[in-house]
Write a protein that binds this ligand. Structure first.
Ligand code: GLU
Length: 288
């Protein structure tokens, strides 16, 4: 089977050393297997993403010599694909509209009985899951703003048990309820990170998802969606995150370690690669 990896940055800022690390892992895993390395621009967040960062990402990768195969997929050009996947889940009765504002959710999750915590904070308390069908219809008909959420408990029972394999952590049992009723289509954009990434990895034939271990919890949701949508589950390699001298994660706001600033300071790509942790995780270091 051809190994297909991808690097999937969001164009909300310039790439930094942490991105170079992640991109290089994906690139190398593809190249050492004679496979394909894809570049995907994750720009569903139309308000925060900017075209100039998209161009800068391509230029930085090009400068580093991390060449990608085929066309770059820009998520904002593929909303109909996410819509089709949403329809599949909807047809199974596993989605509901949620009209709650952030303030509504904060108020509901402040209550002592609603203390279920997820990786990103309190889980959605399920308020709109319980709306009577008539009220739901009326509010939709009135054009009230809403997002679409997965009914995670029902989805979990439809999907049954599932697992995924991570090269660093081994076999992991899927936890379908980890993020609760996740948003599959946001109020401001007709998809969400979880849905778009799952659909794209499938449509692009990605066989090995390499990304930072901060995204490992999300894979529980992606595994669930893969089951519901009838997709294959790829292999995963969630790598350690690079940190700065103080042990903090790089963030796009840290300007000093952007690839652009390193390059402007006269560093060569080889000198940038020398700053990355070594050795890079490779297929030889698979957890058994
Ligand atoms: N777009 C995500 C990011 O910029 C990465 C998504 C992924 O690799 O699944 O962090």
């Amino acid at each position: 089977m051809t190994v297909v990896t991808r690097f999937a940055p969001s164009p909300t800022g310039e790439l930094h050393l942490g991105h170079a690390y992640s991109a290089r892992i994906a690139w190398r895993r593809a190249r050492e297997a004679g496979g394909r390395f894809l570049l995907r621009i994750e720009d569903i967040d139309i308000r925060r993403c900017r075209r100039e960062f998209d161009a800068a990402i391509r230029e930085d990768l090009h400068w580093l010599g991390l060449d990608w195969d085929g066309e770059v997929r820009r998520q904002s050009e593929h909303f109909p694909d996410y819509g089709k996947a949403l329809d599949v889940v909807d047809a199974r009765g596993l989605i509901y509209p949620c009209f709650c504002t952030r303030a509504d959710i904060a108020a509901a999750t402040d209550a002592p009985q609603a203390s279920l915590q997820g990786p990103d904070g309190p889980l959605y308390p399920g308020t709109c899951r319980h709306l009577p069908a008539v009220e739901r219809r009326e509010r939709l008909a009135a054009g009230e703003e809403h997002c679409l959420r997965l009914d995670a408990a029902r989805a979990a029972s439809e999907a049954g048990p599932y697992d995924f394999f991570d090269e660093m952590h081994g076999k992991i049992e899927g936890q379908p309820l980890l993020f609760g009723d996740v948003v599959l289509a946001r109020k401001d954009t007709p998809t969400s990170y979880h849905l778009a990434v799952t659909v794209d990895d499938h449509l692009q034939g990605v066989t090995l998802v390499t990304r930072g271990e901060d995204l490992l919890p999300s894979t529980h949701v992606h595994g669930l969606l893969q089951r519901l949508l009838g997709y294959e589950t790829p292999r995963y390699a969630h790598h350690k995150l690079m940190t700065d001298a103080e042990g903090r994660r790089f963030a796009k706001r840290d300007k000093s370690l952007t690839l652009r600033s390193l390059r402007d300071a006269g560093k060569t790509p080889a000198e940038v690669f020398a700053l990355l942790p070594s050795p890079l995780p490779s297929s030889g270091e698979v957890a058994r």
